[in-house]
Design a protein around this ligand. Sequence first.
Ligand code: ADP
Ligand code: ADP
Ligand code: MG
Length: 655
Amino acid sequence: MFSKILIANRGEIACRVIRTARKMGIKTVAVYSDADTRALHVQQADEAVHIGPSPVGESYLRGDKIIAAALETGAQAIHPGYGFLSENPDFVDAVEAAGLTFIGPSGASIRAMGLKDAAKRLMEKAGVPVVPGYHGEDQGLVLLAGKAKEIGYPVLIKARAGGGGKGMRRVETAEEFAEAMAGARREAKAAFGDDSVLVEKYVDKPRHIEVQVFGDNHGNAVHLFERDCSAQRRHQKVIEEAPAPGMTREMRAAMTAAAVKAAKAIKYSGAGTIEFIVDASDGLKPDRFWFMEMNTRLQVEHPVTEMVTGVDLVEWQLRVAAGEALPKSQNQIALDGHAFEARIYAEDPAKGFLPATGTLHHLQFPPQDTELRVETGVRAGDVISPFYDPMIAKLVVHAGDRTAALQAMDAALAGTQIAGSVTNISFLAALARDADFAAGDVDTGLIGRKQDCLTVSAEPSEKIVALAALVASGARARSAGADPWDAISGYAHFHALARRARLKSGEAAIMAHVAPRADGRFEVSLGENGRTYVLAVPAAGGAADGIGVALWPGHATLFEGGQAYNFAISDPLAQAADAAGGDSMRAPMPGLVKLVRVTAGDAVLKGQPLLVLEAMKMEHTIAASHDGIVADIVAEGAQVTDGTVLVRFVEAEAA
Ligand code: ADP
Ligand code: ADP
Ligand code: MG
């Protein structure tokens, strides 16, 4: 076995590989770009090597730098993860030429399956059913249009070098064919540098069912059952599961046999996935599934297979790459229960799934155990940058049956709190609760058909708004046994106006009055004649009545049932200034005066920054509440408590 490996990837998959390597006593080397200097995978690895600037073309796709890093650190093998260089046969050749081991299939296997048209021709020859269509070399428009007519509309044009759902066009009629073809070619050329296409029959009521296969260098090949990845949005997987709902014994036997046949046809070694498209218009029928493509790597959704088989696929990858035989034979691999994986992305479902960026100011997952895995490459405070895939985490659950597993998924989603970037969690939760999805009646068009109701943005309840106003007001929880007025000492120095909280939910402005009660709780009344709520301040990062609360710069996010409600808080310091009014400005909270910008005697204008106060780990700029002349200002470095006078102005009459 290797004693040290390098992981040529980032994010959750790099962390995933490190975990198994550590379990097996293998040292790990991470590589990283500028943007990932402090990334989790770098921290978790035993060593890390910087390989270049943030854009992938200058770092994670630089095979030469990665190989140099492996040689330099004495790593014996390279794990490519998924994406990046994982399916690049030239990289495999270069790794081997450098005397290192590639943890994955041979360059020849990747080449054989790399182009969808050639792969289909190969599979056809091996006796594996392939999607009806044209996958020849001739790319003339007239010929292709003729083939489309023969195949019968609707057809799907696919880039032969395609991946990740890109370069595909569904065409309904012959009239639209030429234009769709031009579009598909442009997209394919731009994304893959290859504009060759294939044309396939668009399968009716399509389900995506794939089979996990594993081969070794001793001629063995097995399958580890199927995964259903039919919950897709624009040909991209959203929630995956194993086993496939409604799978019959006959259908499974036929599909897994075809998959093993495909792997054996190319003497496949390592982890691979044979993707099939299934016509489910009349249930699952053994003569209605066809080979689409093979992914010659570990798949994003591999954990669902691990959950139902108990096999650590990364461990198998390492063993096979080190020359060992497969740890188990086919009849030693059994299915147990049901598993789901949901992919949490930084994206905005309400805005057409626009990818988002941002700092994950608050990130909290439910506790992990044998039935719940959280696969992530980020921690609180990390940034989702525009450079890489915006996936934040994968939630993977396992239970005895599909219904129980789906409930566990729903609970796991509801127990996940992310603030600082918008996410697709509410969309995933809505999908998990959808009646057709729950019934296992899923085809690849389900999400598209129901997109409107799966992506409605929920409005916060009045109670949530009141709780947001309470935390936005700056009120703090009372520590046990303390004098209730201590807890609200900030208020003691304020005028009544200071108990006003102003915040925004989207474009809607919210005004609330917050008044302390003798029992340590607060009365929060909304607007002019809104209801009054009696609420306790949740402890930091805590929850009140099952509602989670996170405070982050300028915002509060409240969580309930898989929904995240964001509120922008009007600057509490501006409110403090309002409250102080007149001739002085007071500190609204305890803190450290980091920077003082003006001195006594300076004339200042309303809004001009006077000093910076560091409080609750954040910097707040205190700006002049009105025009005036500074009579007195605190010293830099001073520690102040709430209510301390920060600035005194020369009285207007005297000025
Ligand atoms: P899979 O086929 O494993 O389910 P997807 O279809 O979701 O993966 O991913 C589409 C493509 O994008 C795949 O080639 C995958 O390797 C790549 N990819 C997905 N996520 C990432 C990531 N975080 N980093 C790099 N590549 C990624
Ligand atoms: P990629 O390399 O982008 O993953 P695939 O060939 O695997 O491309 O197809 C991606 C998705 O597109 C499939 O999961 C499926 O939902 C859909 N798809 C592909 N081929 C067909 C087809 N012939 N009929 C219907 N849907 C298809
Ligand atoms: Mg695919």
